[in-house]
Design a protein. Sequence first.
Length: 160
Amino acid sequence: MTIRIFVIGGTFDKEYNELTGELFFKNSHISEMLTLGRSRVPVDIRTLMMVDSTTIMDEDREIIAINCKKAQEDRILITHGTDTMVQTTKKLADIQEKTIVLTGALKPALFKTTDAVFNIGCAVTAVQTLQSGIYVVMNGCVFTYDNVRKNVQHGMFESL
């Protein structure tokens, strides 16, 4: 079973400019993280966009949904910025017969204290074992798309 991974961007894939202190996008770090984690799961990684989730528009969510529907794989993992991840799950809610997991990170993958590596590992496992549906996997927890929110005060996801 091959897992399709769609890269959307978000904090997961941001890089840090030491001169300006700004975060920016260059390339996805997903492949490198899977290699470092010694993942043996077959994946097909496709970058759909590299954007901060606060700038995602409805048209972008439509592109994500269309690609999920057209994917031959029935196991799909999406790396997404955490600020609007829940809104994107709602756009995917009508997709049937596929297991779609969204994950992200609160700190970029290149930072030593990142949660990205843990989250991608959890998401790879979750997408293989969960029943068809739309899920958010963050910090070791699995949430259904209709029972999750980001608690910005505590920097974590929680059930409604």
